[in-house]
Design a protein around this ligand. Structure first.
Ligand SMILES: C[S@@+](CC[C@H](N)C(=O)[O-])C[C@H]1O[C@@H](n2cnc3c(N)ncnc32)[C@H](O)[C@@H]1O
Length: 256
Protein backbone atom coordinates (compact mmCIF):
# COMPACT_ATOMS: atom_id res chain seq x y z
CA UNK A 1 0.00 0.00 0.00
CA UNK A 2 2.56 2.60 1.11
CA UNK A 3 5.18 3.54 -1.39
CA UNK A 4 8.57 4.61 -0.05
CA UNK A 5 9.12 7.41 -2.59
CA UNK A 6 5.71 8.85 -1.70
CA UNK A 7 6.49 8.67 2.01
CA UNK A 8 9.76 10.55 1.51
CA UNK A 9 8.22 13.25 -0.68
CA UNK A 10 8.06 16.48 1.30
CA UNK A 11 4.61 17.93 1.89
CA UNK A 12 4.29 21.45 0.52
CA UNK A 13 3.99 23.71 3.53
CA UNK A 14 3.22 26.98 1.74
CA UNK A 15 0.21 28.65 3.39
CA UNK A 16 -3.16 28.38 1.66
CA UNK A 17 -4.23 31.54 -0.18
CA UNK A 18 -7.25 32.18 2.04
CA UNK A 19 -7.08 33.78 5.42
CA UNK A 20 -9.45 33.35 8.35
CA UNK A 21 -11.40 30.28 9.30
CA UNK A 22 -11.27 27.51 6.73
CA UNK A 23 -14.87 26.35 7.37
CA UNK A 24 -16.24 29.86 6.74
CA UNK A 25 -14.20 30.26 3.55
CA UNK A 26 -15.20 26.81 2.27
CA UNK A 27 -18.93 27.22 2.99
CA UNK A 28 -19.07 30.60 1.24
CA UNK A 29 -16.99 29.38 -1.67
CA UNK A 30 -19.29 26.40 -2.36
CA UNK A 31 -22.37 28.60 -1.89
CA UNK A 32 -20.96 30.83 -4.65
CA UNK A 33 -20.51 28.01 -7.18
CA UNK A 34 -23.40 25.72 -6.14
CA UNK A 35 -25.47 26.33 -9.29
CA UNK A 36 -22.54 25.49 -11.60
CA UNK A 37 -20.99 22.73 -9.47
CA UNK A 38 -22.36 19.73 -11.39
CA UNK A 39 -21.47 21.19 -14.77
CA UNK A 40 -17.92 22.02 -13.66
CA UNK A 41 -17.45 18.57 -12.12
CA UNK A 42 -18.26 16.96 -15.44
CA UNK A 43 -16.21 19.35 -17.58
CA UNK A 44 -13.10 19.44 -15.39
CA UNK A 45 -12.94 15.69 -14.70
CA UNK A 46 -13.88 14.76 -18.30
CA UNK A 47 -16.97 13.17 -16.73
CA UNK A 48 -14.80 10.69 -14.82
CA UNK A 49 -16.14 11.77 -11.41
CA UNK A 50 -19.14 9.49 -11.94
CA UNK A 51 -16.93 6.44 -12.51
CA UNK A 52 -14.82 7.27 -9.41
CA UNK A 53 -17.90 7.46 -7.16
CA UNK A 54 -19.39 4.27 -8.61
CA UNK A 55 -16.11 2.45 -7.96
CA UNK A 56 -15.96 3.76 -4.38
CA UNK A 57 -19.51 2.51 -3.76
CA UNK A 58 -18.70 -0.92 -5.19
CA UNK A 59 -15.60 -1.16 -2.95
CA UNK A 60 -17.61 -0.08 0.12
CA UNK A 61 -20.15 -2.84 -0.59
CA UNK A 62 -23.44 -1.51 0.79
CA UNK A 63 -25.95 -4.36 0.98
CA UNK A 64 -29.45 -4.06 -0.50
CA UNK A 65 -31.88 -2.74 2.10
CA UNK A 66 -29.23 -1.11 4.26
CA UNK A 67 -29.06 2.45 5.58
CA UNK A 68 -26.05 4.53 4.44
CA UNK A 69 -24.78 8.05 5.00
CA UNK A 70 -22.94 10.41 2.67
CA UNK A 71 -21.33 13.44 4.32
CA UNK A 72 -20.13 16.61 2.56
CA UNK A 73 -22.68 15.37 0.04
CA UNK A 74 -22.92 18.61 -1.94
CA UNK A 75 -25.43 18.15 -4.74
CA UNK A 76 -25.89 14.48 -3.84
CA UNK A 77 -24.22 12.43 -6.58
CA UNK A 78 -22.67 9.98 -4.10
CA UNK A 79 -26.08 9.58 -2.43
CA UNK A 80 -27.59 8.62 -5.80
CA UNK A 81 -24.98 5.90 -6.32
CA UNK A 82 -25.49 4.60 -2.78
CA UNK A 83 -29.25 4.58 -3.42
CA UNK A 84 -28.74 2.40 -6.50
CA UNK A 85 -26.74 -0.06 -4.41
CA UNK A 86 -29.19 -0.33 -1.49
CA UNK A 87 -32.36 -0.30 -3.63
CA UNK A 88 -35.88 0.72 -2.70
CA UNK A 89 -35.83 -1.09 0.66
CA UNK A 90 -32.76 0.83 1.78
CA UNK A 91 -32.41 4.42 2.92
CA UNK A 92 -29.80 7.12 2.34
CA UNK A 93 -29.04 10.19 4.39
CA UNK A 94 -26.98 12.90 2.68
CA UNK A 95 -25.72 15.90 4.61
CA UNK A 96 -23.63 18.98 3.91
CA UNK A 97 -23.07 22.23 5.79
CA UNK A 98 -23.62 24.38 2.68
CA UNK A 99 -27.35 24.77 2.15
CA UNK A 100 -27.16 26.06 -1.47
CA UNK A 101 -25.24 22.92 -2.50
CA UNK A 102 -28.02 20.73 -1.07
CA UNK A 103 -30.72 22.89 -2.65
CA UNK A 104 -29.11 22.41 -6.08
CA UNK A 105 -29.20 18.63 -5.63
CA UNK A 106 -32.72 18.16 -4.27
CA UNK A 107 -34.38 17.71 -7.67
CA UNK A 108 -32.04 14.80 -8.49
CA UNK A 109 -33.28 12.83 -5.48
CA UNK A 110 -36.75 12.54 -7.02
CA UNK A 111 -35.42 9.82 -9.31
CA UNK A 112 -33.20 8.10 -6.70
CA UNK A 113 -33.48 4.32 -6.41
CA UNK A 114 -33.98 4.59 -2.62
CA UNK A 115 -35.47 7.27 -0.38
CA UNK A 116 -32.82 9.96 0.19
CA UNK A 117 -33.03 12.48 3.03
CA UNK A 118 -30.87 15.55 2.43
CA UNK A 119 -30.06 17.74 5.38
CA UNK A 120 -27.78 20.54 6.50
CA UNK A 121 -25.17 19.24 8.96
CA UNK A 122 -21.52 19.74 9.79
CA UNK A 123 -19.56 16.51 9.37
CA UNK A 124 -17.41 17.45 12.36
CA UNK A 125 -20.53 17.24 14.57
CA UNK A 126 -22.87 14.73 12.98
CA UNK A 127 -26.40 14.80 14.41
CA UNK A 128 -26.80 10.99 14.20
CA UNK A 129 -26.62 8.24 16.80
CA UNK A 130 -23.52 6.09 17.01
CA UNK A 131 -23.59 2.75 15.15
CA UNK A 132 -26.33 3.74 12.68
CA UNK A 133 -25.10 3.33 9.08
CA UNK A 134 -23.70 0.33 7.25
CA UNK A 135 -21.60 2.50 4.91
CA UNK A 136 -20.50 6.09 5.47
CA UNK A 137 -18.99 7.89 2.48
CA UNK A 138 -17.41 11.21 1.68
CA UNK A 139 -16.56 12.30 -1.86
CA UNK A 140 -14.13 15.16 -2.46
CA UNK A 141 -15.16 16.59 0.87
CA UNK A 142 -12.59 15.56 3.47
CA UNK A 143 -9.91 17.79 1.88
CA UNK A 144 -12.22 20.72 2.53
CA UNK A 145 -13.02 20.16 6.19
CA UNK A 146 -11.20 22.20 8.78
CA UNK A 147 -10.38 19.31 11.15
CA UNK A 148 -9.92 16.03 9.29
CA UNK A 149 -9.45 13.90 12.44
CA UNK A 150 -12.74 15.13 13.87
CA UNK A 151 -14.63 14.44 10.63
CA UNK A 152 -13.17 10.95 10.20
CA UNK A 153 -13.82 10.25 13.89
CA UNK A 154 -17.46 11.22 13.42
CA UNK A 155 -17.81 9.06 10.31
CA UNK A 156 -16.38 6.10 12.23
CA UNK A 157 -18.63 6.77 15.23
CA UNK A 158 -21.88 6.67 13.22
CA UNK A 159 -20.85 3.59 11.18
CA UNK A 160 -22.26 0.26 12.30
CA UNK A 161 -19.80 -2.22 13.82
CA UNK A 162 -18.67 -4.26 10.80
CA UNK A 163 -19.64 -1.35 8.52
CA UNK A 164 -17.34 0.60 6.21
CA UNK A 165 -16.11 4.16 5.88
CA UNK A 166 -15.15 5.18 2.33
CA UNK A 167 -13.19 8.32 1.49
CA UNK A 168 -12.90 9.35 -2.16
CA UNK A 169 -10.52 12.26 -2.53
CA UNK A 170 -7.94 13.94 -4.73
CA UNK A 171 -4.32 13.46 -3.74
CA UNK A 172 -0.88 14.32 -5.02
CA UNK A 173 0.04 12.32 -8.12
CA UNK A 174 2.40 9.39 -7.61
CA UNK A 175 5.94 10.08 -8.83
CA UNK A 176 6.02 9.72 -12.61
CA UNK A 177 7.46 11.42 -15.70
CA UNK A 178 4.09 12.92 -16.65
CA UNK A 179 3.65 14.72 -13.30
CA UNK A 180 4.55 18.10 -14.94
CA UNK A 181 1.63 17.60 -17.36
CA UNK A 182 -0.73 16.84 -14.48
CA UNK A 183 0.50 19.95 -12.64
CA UNK A 184 0.09 22.02 -15.80
CA UNK A 185 -3.53 20.86 -16.10
CA UNK A 186 -4.25 21.43 -12.40
CA UNK A 187 -2.55 24.80 -11.95
CA UNK A 188 -2.91 26.40 -15.40
CA UNK A 189 -5.79 24.86 -17.34
CA UNK A 190 -8.30 23.98 -14.60
CA UNK A 191 -8.47 27.45 -12.94
CA UNK A 192 -8.95 29.07 -16.35
CA UNK A 193 -11.82 26.77 -17.38
CA UNK A 194 -13.28 27.11 -13.86
CA UNK A 195 -13.00 30.89 -14.18
CA UNK A 196 -14.77 30.91 -17.54
CA UNK A 197 -17.70 28.84 -16.30
CA UNK A 198 -17.85 29.99 -12.67
CA UNK A 199 -15.76 31.78 -10.04
CA UNK A 200 -12.04 31.52 -10.83
CA UNK A 201 -11.09 31.72 -7.16
CA UNK A 202 -12.88 28.45 -6.40
CA UNK A 203 -10.87 26.64 -9.04
CA UNK A 204 -7.61 28.15 -7.83
CA UNK A 205 -8.53 26.83 -4.40
CA UNK A 206 -8.97 23.27 -5.79
CA UNK A 207 -5.35 22.57 -6.87
CA UNK A 208 -4.05 24.47 -3.85
CA UNK A 209 -6.13 22.37 -1.48
CA UNK A 210 -4.83 19.23 -3.21
CA UNK A 211 -1.27 20.41 -2.61
CA UNK A 212 -1.92 21.00 1.07
CA UNK A 213 -3.96 17.86 1.69
CA UNK A 214 -2.44 15.07 3.77
CA UNK A 215 -0.68 12.16 2.05
CA UNK A 216 -2.51 8.88 1.41
CA UNK A 217 -0.43 7.31 4.23
CA UNK A 218 -1.38 10.02 6.71
CA UNK A 219 -5.04 9.65 5.79
CA UNK A 220 -4.79 5.89 6.42
CA UNK A 221 -3.24 6.65 9.82
CA UNK A 222 -6.06 9.07 10.60
CA UNK A 223 -8.59 6.35 9.78
CA UNK A 224 -6.74 3.93 12.04
CA UNK A 225 -6.67 6.58 14.74
CA UNK A 226 -10.46 6.76 14.46
CA UNK A 227 -10.62 3.04 15.26
CA UNK A 228 -11.04 1.77 11.70
CA UNK A 229 -9.17 -1.34 10.61
CA UNK A 230 -8.34 -3.21 7.42
CA UNK A 231 -7.62 0.03 5.53
CA UNK A 232 -7.37 -0.40 1.76
CA UNK A 233 -6.18 2.31 -0.61
CA UNK A 234 -6.97 2.34 -4.32
CA UNK A 235 -5.13 4.87 -6.50
CA UNK A 236 -6.79 6.07 -9.69
CA UNK A 237 -5.58 8.41 -12.43
CA UNK A 238 -1.87 8.27 -11.51
CA UNK A 239 -2.74 8.73 -7.83
CA UNK A 240 -4.50 12.05 -8.34
CA UNK A 241 -7.66 10.34 -7.10
CA UNK A 242 -7.60 7.99 -4.15
CA UNK A 243 -10.18 5.75 -2.48
CA UNK A 244 -9.58 4.80 1.17
CA UNK A 245 -11.84 2.14 2.68
CA UNK A 246 -11.76 1.17 6.35
CA UNK A 247 -13.88 -1.18 8.45
CA UNK A 248 -15.30 -0.51 11.89
CA UNK A 249 -14.42 -3.53 14.01
CA UNK A 250 -17.24 -5.68 15.38
CA UNK A 251 -15.74 -5.57 18.82
CA UNK A 252 -13.72 -2.85 20.46
CA UNK A 253 -10.32 -4.04 21.71
CA UNK A 254 -9.99 -3.90 25.49
CA UNK A 255 -7.39 -1.31 26.50
CA UNK A 256 -4.57 -2.54 28.75
C1 LIG B 1 -16.10 19.32 -3.59
S1 LIG B 1 -17.67 19.31 -2.80
C2 LIG B 1 -18.10 17.60 -2.91
C3 LIG B 1 -19.55 17.36 -3.10
C4 LIG B 1 -19.95 15.92 -3.33
N1 LIG B 1 -19.58 15.06 -2.24
C5 LIG B 1 -19.38 15.36 -4.60
O1 LIG B 1 -18.86 14.24 -4.59
O2 LIG B 1 -19.52 16.01 -5.65
C6 LIG B 1 -17.22 19.47 -1.10
C7 LIG B 1 -18.40 19.66 -0.18
O3 LIG B 1 -17.96 19.53 1.17
C8 LIG B 1 -18.77 20.37 1.96
N2 LIG B 1 -18.14 20.55 3.27
C9 LIG B 1 -16.92 21.03 3.55
N3 LIG B 1 -16.70 21.03 4.87
C10 LIG B 1 -17.81 20.51 5.45
C11 LIG B 1 -18.19 20.22 6.79
N4 LIG B 1 -17.40 20.49 7.81
N5 LIG B 1 -19.41 19.67 7.01
C12 LIG B 1 -20.24 19.40 5.99
N6 LIG B 1 -19.95 19.66 4.69
C13 LIG B 1 -18.74 20.21 4.43
C14 LIG B 1 -18.90 21.62 1.11
O4 LIG B 1 -19.99 22.43 1.51
C15 LIG B 1 -19.08 21.02 -0.29
O5 LIG B 1 -20.42 20.87 -0.63
Amino acid sequence: MANTAEQKRPIDTAPPHYTGKKEVYVREMFAGIADKYDLLNSVLSFNQHKTWRRLAVSLAKPTPGSQCLDVCSGTGDFALDLAKAVGSKGRIVASDFCEPMIRNGLHKMLSAAAPVTMMVADCERLPYSSNSFEVVTVGFGIRNVAHIERAVGEMARVALPGGRVAILEFNRPLPCWYKPFIDFYLFQVLPRIGGLLSRKEAYTYLPESMKHFVSREKLSETMQGAGLTDIHVRDLNFGTVCIHIGTKPLTVKATE
